[in-house]
Design a protein around this ligand. Structure first.
Ligand code: G3I
Length: 458
């Protein structure tokens, strides 16, 4: 019996008594297919930031409606917009963005509840006790208003300094380290259905600042602080996409949170020329591929969509041209590159799902997540059936001479083409109906068929 799947999903966990080998190649995408559809076919979303004013620009509005499945309000849900005076809430502009998004069949990401910028002085001047209570009231009221209309919130924005310690904002100075956890607890109570994100910039690759965020999220998960995701803003510079972006996304995902690229733009010195635009296209490809390579990277939002709707020239004089469309709303090489990466390229191309005819207590799904000349990266999702698993071993045989070079989240041994992967100390136990993932980097020739793994519970 053969089952077909282009992505590992819940259905994999449910599959039993099936021996399956599947190789699915996404159909070639035409450049005319909107990014929102290409991303959706990969189980991701593509979005862009829109201000309320942007909805009055008919051409831009329809470009966003066509390309983006998600909208983030550029300014309209920030504190200065939603609570300009204490206890007086103003939702008209935020509501305009929501209405515009709904009209275009788009979902809305909320941005942002607790930030040191665009927060009125009445708040930053409060005493610690008053500030804490104002923060909880703000979160409760704003999230309450948008309950059911906003699927994810940047609860706290930009709270880390470049060296990985907490930014010395008025929040930090008055409320101390606990304010972020307090904000997330208030957010969960305000709307238990919304995904709650911590969002920051210069945290896209591995480094001191992203280490700080990583350690905070790890501590939150250990302490039961409700956090669902990390937003990587990705305000990047042409030619400087961090080489560790995928690794950084993966390590956050391994903590059990989603990751989203939330404010992507890749700026250059202006004027642009064909070689800068070509480099920018490669850079956009890298970002899309880094996200597609990690199952829990849920989507990519660009901060604006065309170069005439960008914050960059106003803040970085002499720089700009950072977005996938130009000033005339025409697609740039960066757009075609994203289209190719989401549609035809990108690593999520092969999946095999196998179970043993004899129930073995677990199933394994093998997926190639990256492929390059001479090598590849793959992930294997190990799922428990209706009973919990306390240890597991996944085995398979490579048939095209592939080999494993390095692995994570499993103890891998090989003998010729035969591979055996046993659980690591931390991931042997899998609750009923749940799963865990391990991965590896390997060598391969031009043919890299996905093998059929067998899983056996201890
Ligand atoms: O609303 C006033 C208007 O009344 C006044 O006439 C005008 C004069 O300059 O300013 C208007 O406010 C501007 C506001 O955007 C709304 O347009 C502010 O000056 C301007 O500073 C503000 O910039 C925003 C910036 O955040 C503020 O930090 C950008 O539009 C917005 O795109 C940008 O977005 C941030 C994300 O929220 C967080 N990550 C970084 C990103 C880029 O800075």
């Amino acid at each position: 019996m053969i089952s077909t799947s282009s992505r590992i999903g819940a259905a994999v966990a449910a599959a039993v008594s099936v021996v399956a080998l599947t190789v699915v190649l996404a159909p070639p995408a035409s450049a005319a297919t909107p990014l929102r559809d290409l991303a959706a076919a990969k189980g991701r979303y593509f979005g862009n930031a829109m201000t309320a004013g942007d909805f009055n620009d008919a051409g831009y509005r329809s470009l966003s409606a066509r390309e983006a499945g998600v909208v983030t309000p550029g300014n309209e849900m920030k504190w200065d917009a939603t609570e300009p005076n204490r206890g007086t809430f103003a939702f008209a502009r935020g509501d305009q963005v929501v209405a515009g998004a709904v009209a275009a069949g788009q979902k809305v990401r909320g941005h942002t509840l607790v930030w040191h910028n665009q927060t009125p002085t009445w708040a930053s001047n409060l005493s610690a006790t008053e500030l804490r209570s104002a923060m909880v009231n703000h979160i409760t009221t704003v999230m309450g208003h948008y309950k059911g209309k906003v699927f994810a919130w940047d609860v706290v924005n930009e709270a880390f300094a470049e060296n990985g310690t907490r930014r010395q904002s008025f929040w930090q100075q008055k409320l101390g380290d606990g304010f972020i956890a307090d904000a997330f607890r208030a957010a969960r109570a305000a709307d238990p259905t919304a995904k709650l994100y911590y969002n920051d910039y210069n945290t896209d690759g591995v480094g001191a600042k992203s280490d700080g965020v990583y350690n905070m999220v790890k501590a939150f998960k250990q302490q039961g602080v409700p956090i669902d995701g990390v937003g990587l803003q990705a305000h990047l510079v042409v030619g400087q996409v961090p080489s560790t972006m995928q690794q950084n996304i993966q390590r956050l995902a391994d903590l059990g949170v989603d990751v989203a690229v939330t404010e992507l733009d890749i700026r250059m010195k202006t004027p642009s020329d064909s070689s800068k635009l070509a480099q920018q296209a490669q850079d956009y490809t890298k970002v899309v591929n880094a996200c597609l390579a990690v199952t829990r990277c849920v989507g990519i939002t660009t901060w604006g969509l065309s170069d005439n709707h960008s914050w960059i020239p106003g803040v970085f004089p002499g720089e700009g041209a950072a977005l996938p469309f130009d000033n005339n709303l025409q697609p740039k090489p960066a757009y075609n590159a994203m289209s190719a990466a989401f549609g035809t390229g990108g690593p999520t191309t092969t999946t095999t799902t196998t179970t043993d005819p004899q129930p073995t207590g677990c199933t394994a799904a093998y997926r190639v997540t990256g492929q390059w000349q001479g090598g590849f990266q793959a992930e294997v999702e190990v799922s428990a059936g209706s009973t919990p698993v306390t240890g597991w071993t996944v085995t398979w045989s490579f048939v095209n001479g592939q080999s494993v070079s390095s692995s994570w989240n499993a103890v891998v041994t090989t003998s010729g083409g035969a591979v055996s992967a046993r659980n690591a100390d931390h991931n042997g136990s899998i609750a009923a109906g749940s799963s865990t993932t391990f991965g590896f980097v390997g060598t391969s020739g031009s043919t890299n068929s996905a093998p059929s793994p067998t899983c056996r519970a201890a």
